[in-house]
Design a binder for this molecule. Sequence first.
Ligand code: AMP
Length: 541
Amino acid sequence: MLGIMQDWPLTVNKILEHANRINPTREIITRRVEGNISRTTYAELFTMSKQVSNALKDHGIGMSDRVATLGWNSERHMASWYGAMGIGAVLHTINPRLHPEQIAWIANHAEDKVLIFDKTFLPIVEAIKDHLETVKTFVIYADADTMPENSLGAIPFDIWIDGRSDECRWGDFPEDTACGLCYTSGTTGNPKGVLYSHRSNVLHTMITMQKDAIGMGANDVVLPVVPMFHANAWGLALSCPATGANMVMPGAQMDGASIYELLDTEKVTITAAVPTVWLMLLNHLQENNLKLPHLNKVIIGGSAVPEKILRAFEEDYEVDVVHAWGMTETSPLGTLGTLPPHMLDAPIEERLEQKLKQGRPPFGVELKIVDDEGNDLPNDGDTTGRLMVRGAAIAAGYFKGVGGNVLDDNGFFDTGDVAHIDEYGTMTITDRAKDVIKSGGEWISSIDIENIAVGHPKVANAAAIGIYHPKWDERPLLVVQPAQGENPTKEEVLAQLDGKIAKWWTPDDVVFVSEIPLGATGKINKLALREQFKDYKLPTA
Ligand code: AMP
């Protein structure tokens, strides 16, 4: 027997439709790349988004076509997002911090037809334009006055949508239709596309709105420093309009002074970013003897929260730190460190210790740990295993089938993280099985660095590993085994990498060893290397 309830497909256009009906005057406040502040209500965003839909349709964009953005957080980016998703197109957020060659590779793999971008990224787009095989239309977030000269025949965004009708039918498709695409480099090999559906995004939104998750409401003012190209700004691009919270968008400026100014003038109550951003903010606060009277909650994730940051927010500024773990593949929120009931009255030191752990899964996310054979391990807070995840907004595979089947027999996804889980469900990450380095919230492929380094005739073998860095969480150290009878220098090895990788991928140091440890299958034993260099101090630290 089926229930007798209405059919109400979970499509993301309903989120903005709700904001327009129920919280039309709540705002998105954006720091433009030109530096000035713009204010847009959800009602205005709704109109803008419908105009984007009509502009896209005029360019022949329809169901499942990919529309790419290279953009900072802004109301125009939000309008592109809802405008594309509303008509069943797929909004593909590209990470501008990747090497231009990788950006071109991703845009071609995704078969993007339209590319909408901030003018900050014009030099990148100009440099790769001849390699973009499918992009036919370029749009720049600008008006007639702020439009830069370009060789792309690009259209200024404001003129592109100006005067268009705000009538457009949204959401006439099944809820499992694809709506968003985000490539992750958090695995080995080429970046892989995570293809969100309308249903998974709406369910993830409901998950994040739980009180023990982010739990915001219409009275909140939320500052997502985390970019929209990082898994939908951790879902905030959806959950803020869903609740009616104001959004404060920092644009391109994420330094301590700029973030403080927005927190203060807009009376921000909730904010979210990787630890590196908070370090810059805390330095600015300390140097200028400033306070954070309006801020209630800071969501910190993408990398483990350093104790120094936790203590500063909680003890010096009385801001509740919520440590979050997640992945692009988990939409991204997987666990949050809101204090569980049995810890509420615990002594402060115990509460801080609890908050350094990655936290507990909200309803909608299931976690387990397994051994190398895939057998379930106990949640005893001690036994460590591979972290597996299953749920309403977890990827079941990658775009175009890249990477094959990624689920175990019970439908759990292997995160590549190593963790333990206690009897209350609190998860703690202890290591990473995947071969990547995370610097300031962005991935560096150790394998790419190694492959280029071994191309040097004086290098027999090379391994890049992440070493703790106080500002960037991790920075790459390159361990080199010289070829027989050779004595390469650090400069020679780094010169080999120059120009072939993004500048910020360059290892902070190179060390030479007589032999790089190999595992049973002949692969570099990174665990052994990480152990060997665990106390290594980078010259940049
Ligand atoms: P991404 O897909 O870029 O969001 O990266 C996801 C990965 O970042 C996870 O699989 C972890 O390796 C790492 N990560 C994210 N959040 C945390 C955290 N709170 N603590 C430790 N590692 C984290």
